[in-house]
Design a protein around this ligand. Structure first.
Ligand code: ZN
Length: 243
């Protein structure tokens, strides 16, 4: 086994189908007119010469659309079909939206406030919906996050939880990493006594391929500080169960 094969192995294990399954299509792929797009293959990825956010955005859309056309024609699709005519650019715009968290300046401005009331109990925001795309297959995983912390000197506006969650969700993501990133963000910004994040999600990459039953939830949790104490975790779970 070569080194590169070893590196690829974990991803390959995730695949249920092998290449052999798809080796012999019934019909040969339809020949498409060769698009004169060689220039885009070599297009400069250095965006710093582009002026303005609109120019950068348009450049990204054009590049992604170019590669999407290559994927669609490789699959043997006819791009003159009226349903596919704009698909390349639609997918490009969708990707920029779904992966908005990667954009410069996407991080939410989160202001914290002094904990003037001396509030020392659990603050919890539960059932926050999110949509993300799995890093391994670029198909959606989505569900809810439950976030709690116990403040020290700083508190945070409750609406900010959802913003932080969305910022980290809008990129190619793993559920485990999303859970860690949200809890780390709270720890860093608020320096609370502790924080806990639980995420429950459905993964279309496993459901659509029949690896898991549709509707099966994957649950991840991340715990920091005082939430390591069993009684605190139980309070979290009690609050979670209450509707
Ligand atoms: Zn996946």
């Amino acid at each position: 086994m070569t080194d590169s094969a070893k590196i690829l192995q974990p991803a390959a294990l995730d695949e249920e189908t092998t290449l052999e399954d798809k080796a012999a299509p019934d019909e040969p792929a339809r020949k498409q007119p060769v698009l004169d797009e060689a220039a885009l293959d070599d297009a400069d990825l250095d965006l710093s010469t582009l002026e303005g956010a609109d120019a950068v955005r348009e450049h990204k859309i054009e590049r992604i659309a170019h590669h999407m056309r290559a994927i669609l024609t490789t699959l043997g699709l006819d791009l003159t079909d009226h349903n596919l005519r704009e698909t390349d650019r639609r997918v490009a715009r969708l990707y920029l939206e779904m992966f908005h968290g990667l954009e410069e300046g996407a991080e939410p401005k989160v202001t914290t406030f002094p904990n003037e009331e001396g509030y020392s109990h659990m603050v919890m925001e539960k059932k926050m919906p999110f949509y993300s795309m799995c890093s391994h297959h670029l198909v959606p995983f989505y569900g809810h996050a439950h976030v709690a912390y116990i403040p020290n000197d700083r508190i945070i506006g409750l609406s900010k939880f959802a913003r932080v969650l969305e910022f980290y969700a809008k990129r190619p993501q793993l559920q485990e990493r999303l859970t860690e990133q949200v809890v780390n963000y709270l720890m860093e910004k608020l320096e609370p006594k502790g924080a806990m994040v639980v995420i429950e999600a459905r993964h279309l990459c496993v459901e659509m391929r029949g690896v898991k039953k549709p509707g099966a939830l994957t649950v991840t949790s991340a715990i920091r500080g005082i939430f390591h104490q069993r009684s605190v975790r139980e309070e979290f779970l009690d609050l979670l169960r209450k509707s």
